[in-house]
Design a binder for this molecule. Structure first.
Ligand code: ADP
Length: 161
């Protein structure tokens, strides 16, 4: 049976921190779907199609990874895809409380799907999409934080292309 995992998130935009988690998950599971979700607490800079396009380009080298999006509940999506797992990344302690809340709710909604956490690579522990957007807005160099396609897209968004 194919072991399929979902890496859900906003990916607004994808960073090397996300890619590190996606690559490591792709080594453990047969197939990984990176799914772009809408996070009620966040107003996105990139629309869903833009976020998906950047993810597609950044994961083109991973042949068991595909990109999708979903507008509803993660656990309904997981059921629809017959996924056995959800993979999330854990950075500093600050991620923990939030992830604990979501994971216990998700378990209530769908007991057949296990959530796995991959600890962030030390060099990306303090890297977030919000931080990247914040500094890119002021034309800071983000080449060591995001793939080239994202760097270009940020420049275009902030009219610095
Ligand atoms: P969400 O809005 O669902 O938190 P994000 O795009 O912010 O979506 O994050 C998606 C997933 O990637 C989350 O599990 C998050 O913890 C993880 N993640 C984000 N940045 C990093 C990073 N620098 N290192 C490891 N994991 C990360």
């Amino acid at each position: 049976m194919t072991k399929l995992a979902i890496c859900p998130g906003s990916f607004d935009p994808v960073t090397f921190g996300h890619l590190d988690i996606i690559e490591r998950a792709s080594k453990v599971f047969d197939h990984v779907i990176v799914a772009v979700f809408h996070n009620e607490g966040k107003t996105p800079l990139f629309n869903t199609n833009e976020r998906m396009a950047l993810l597609k380009e950044s994961t083109a080298h991973l042949n068991n990874v595909s990109i999708d999006s979903h507008g509803g509940l993660l656990m309904d999506y997981a059921r629809e895809k017959s996924a056995c797992a959800v993979v999330r990344g854990l950075r500093a302690v600050s991620d923990f409380e939030y992830e604990l809340q979501i994971t216990s709710m998700n378990r209530k909604l769908n007991k057949d799907v296990e959530t796995f956490f991959i600890m962030s690579n030390n060099k990306y522990s303090f890297l977030s999409s919000s931080m990247v957007k914040e500094v890119a807005k002021y034309d800071a160099n983000v080449s060591d934080l995001v793939p080239t396609c994202v760097e270009k897209a940020l420049k275009a968004k902030f009219n610095r292309g």
